[in-house]
Design a protein around this ligand. Structure first.
Ligand code: PMP
Length: 405
């Protein structure tokens, strides 16, 4: 791995060099999606320019090449997550689809009346609504795990809520609205004592710190390519091989079968059984390229840098009179959600946009998390490895100007 500086990363990301409303772009909407390095863009273009083919079909050279690339991508994702084998990785559209797959396949078969699904209050809607729907269908119960005042998960309440009725615990490895990084490894170990499975939503985690699903002992782990410098429309679900083996297909059609007749249809082995239809083949090559790009840096150096930048941003934002920053002081990623008295979230985002600064305003698909603070919306600046202290200073300067009227 090469050493890390944000300048090295910035050099590779073309869009960071454009202007918005006459100002150099400051992209602080990384929680929504990250910007793409040239290497990823070129990989996508190269696939369509010289390698485009469907996979697993047709005995010709390009189909074989595309299949090899696709399967090499699966192996790359497995290595990236510390998964035991490529067969434990299912390609999906993103985190939302991965969670729906688990809810509809594992959940429908495995849940029943009297079963509990524990869901922390800070979860993204993508990790709440699919569980509500499958709970309705199976007459299981979704049990919210409360937060502490600072936005951490209340670990005492969690321990109390776990029981032999708990079949599944879902947890974000990092919160997209509070930045919280819960003690996932310990939470998983505790859940396993009750023989509950644990699904970890890594959408906001994998870009920021190294993850090892084997060390975590996660049963399911999922992330989206577009939040880790890769393309939209592609993501991955990891599931422990012995669990994946027991799961029935979710979507069905081509590519997921072994043989079809009107008398009897058999399914392809895992993971192909879960990849019906033509997938995002180019997206897999782009995702592989994004993982290569990120892992060429020393990941611990990246994580250290982001932690220091986050602390710097917390201190800098605290100098804005009246600004309230949500989420824990430490043990967090650089998702900085805040309110400013006298200014709505939309007003804040609009004012910052005039200065070329992109932040998000709204409920961030986590209404229960905001409701914990009595809020319906807030502004959110979310950092990535290519952001700098100068950009944080410009954010704060614009907020001070807004405050001054
Ligand atoms: N979970 C978390 C924690 C997220 O931040 C997001 C995206 N905002 C999602 C799930 C959903 O990801 P996607 O839209 O890529 O499916």
């Amino acid at each position: 791995a090469q050493g890390f500086t944000p300048e090295l990363a910035r050099r590779d990301v073309p869009v960071l060099h454009r202007t918005v409303n006459g100002h150099p772009l400051i992209w602080l909407d990384n929680g929504a999606t990250t910007q793409k390095p040239r290497q990823v863009i070129e990989t996508l273009a190269a696939f369509y320019a010289s390698a485009n083919s469907n996979i697993h079909r047709g005995a010709h050279t390009m189909a074989r090449e595309a299949t090899e690339m696709y399967e090499a991508g699966r192996a790359a994702v497995a290595r990236f997550l510390g998964a035991p084998s490529p067969e434990s990785i299912v390609f999906v559209r993103g985190t939302t689809e991965a969670i729906n797959l688990v809810a509809q396949s594992w959940g429908r078969a495995g849940l029943g009346p009297g079963d509990d699904i524990l869901v922390p209050v800070l979860e993204h809607h993508a990790n709440i609504v699919p569980w509500q729907r499958v709970a309705q269908e199976t007459r299981a119960r979704v049990v919210p795990v409360p937060l502490r005042p600072d936005g951490g998960i209340d670990q005492d309440a969690y321990a109390d809520l776990l029981s032999m009725r708990t079949r599944l615990v879902v947890i974000s490895h990092a919160s997209n609205v509070l930045g919280t990084v819960p003690p996932v490894r310990e939470m998983i170990a505790l859940a396993h004592r009750y023989r509950a499975l644990v699904l970890v939503d890594g959408a906001q985690a994998v870009a920021h710190f190294p993850v090892d699903v084997t060390d975590l002992d996660a049963d399911f782990y999922t992330f989206s390519g577009h939040k880790i410098y890769g393309p939209t429309g592609i993501g991955a679900l990891y599931a422990k091989p012995e669990i994946l083996q027991t799961m029935a297909p979710w979507q069905s059609g081509g590519n997921m079968i072994e043989s079809v007749s009107f008398g009897r249809t058999t399914y392809a082995p895992v993971p192909h059984r879960f990849e019906a239809g033509t997938g995002h083949i180019a997206g897999v090559t782009g995702l592989t390229s994004a993982l290569d790009w990120l892992t060429a840096f020393d990941r611990n150096a990246v994580a250290d840098y982001e932690t220091r930048l986050t602390a710097y941003a917390q201190e800098a934002l605290a100098t804005v009179p009246g600004l309230e920053l949500l989420g824990p002081a430490a043990g967090r990623i650089g998702v900085l959600t805040f309110t400013l008295p006298g200014h709505s979230a939309t007003e804040i985002a609009d004012r910052l946009d005039r200065d070329g600064i992109a932040v998000r305003a709204g409920h961030h698909c986590a209404q229960p998390a905001l409701a914990h603070y009595g809020l319906e919306s807030a502004a959110r600046a979310s950092l990535a490895l290519y952001n700098t202290r100068e950009e944080v200073d410009r954010l704060v300067a614009s907020l001070l100007e807004l405050q001054a009227g």
